[in-house]
Design a protein around this ligand. Structure first.
Ligand code: GDP
Length: 295
């Protein structure tokens, strides 16, 4: 279920995240590899503030490998730790510890100067709904025994999952809202499955998706639906009708049920059946440079 975010929800979410942040040394910021900008909470920088962050690009198995590589470079250039992960197969998950260790060198040095020798660090997972927080935590929990919290003064007992020699992860993630202000962002979130159709009309989402694929993934689109080259000349809505026809979404009187066609198309898209598709690339037009991760 997608969550409708209202100012009250946002304030509460922010409060809960702020509380959790007090318990950790580092944040694993989950962004959907297919749309790392739109799947990022607009206030992430402000909320997380000075805490070191490792960006985990989730669902990398669904995203275009070419775009994944570009995003990793993009974030690396900004000086943050970054990794592609796939919670389904576990790809990248075993590297989390070493990337975190590297990022936290300055913390270890400060500790050492103060005579604190422990290299133990605590982390939390943070991200918008559906980005893959629970899947990642479950995968990590499977590999390790859960350890119980031992910090006095914590009202609710916190469970920690030991994921490496010195790394412990809070077993409940921090949830932040996606940003809805921008229509394009909303459409991309809907295309990825992060927000459900109750928010945006499903046919509009599908038509937007078809237009995008025509531009960037035409071959994948044509192959999946066995379309002729000439189909690309058609309006995206007509293509949706064509897809509907091919998939038997015909109502009485021969009219194509475009709502059903949109459902089929989005299911295919979100399930990776059309191909490995990314909805955002560094340098895309929508891209706002000020959305610097360090902010
Ligand atoms: P949360 O709301 O952030 O906790 O997200 P979930 O962990 O519940 O994941 C949302 C959906 O994405 C679920 O259907 C997961 O099976 C799926 N999912 C999560 N991680 C991955 C991944 O790495 N690859 C793929 N293909 N699907 C994933």
């Amino acid at each position: 279920m997608s969550i409708q975010w209202f100012p009250g929800h946002m304030a509460k979410a922010r409060r809960q995240v702020t509380e959790k942040l007090k318990l950790v040394d580092v944040v694993f910021e989950l962004l959907d590899a297919r749309l790392p900008i739109s799947s990022r909470n607009p206030m992430m920088g402000e909320i997380v503030s000075q805490k070191p962050r490792v960006i985990l690009l989730t669902k990398c198995d669904l995203a275009d490998p070419k775009a994944n590589k570009m995003w990793v470079e993009y974030f690396r250039e900004q000086g943050v730790g970054v990794l592609e992960v796939d919670a389904k197969t576990g790809k990248g998950v075993n590297l989390i510890q070493s990337v975190t260790d590297k990022l936290l060198q300055p913390l270890f040095e400060t500790r050492q100067r103060k005579g604190i020798l422990t290299r133990r660090v605590r982390a939390m997972v943070l991200g918008i709904p559906n980005v893959g927080k629970s899947s990642l935590i479950n995968r990590l929990a499977k590999r390790a025994a859960t350890v119980t919290g031992d910090r006095p003064g914590v009202t609710k007992a916190q469970q920690w999952i030991k994921i490496g020699q010195n790394l412990e992860l809070l077993d409940t993630p921090g949830i932040l809202w996606p940003k809805f202000e921008d229509h394009g962002v909303g459409l991309r979130l809907a295309l990825s499955g992060a927000i459900k159709e109750e928010i945006l009309p499903i046919e509009e989402v599908a038509v937007h998706g078809i237009s995008y694929l025509k531009e960037r993934y035409a071959t994948d689109l044509m192959t999946r639906y066995k379309l002729q080259d000439s189909a690309l000349e058609q309006e995206s809505y007509e293509l949706l009708q064509e897809i509907g026809k091919k998939r038997g979404c015909i109502q009485r009187g021969g009219i194509v049920n475009t709502e059903k066609a949109a459902e089929i198309f989005l299911n295919d898209l979100q399930g990776g059946m059309i191909g490995r598709i990314s909805f955002e690339y560094p340098g895309d037009e929508f891209f706002i440079e000020e959305q610097d991760v360090q902010r």
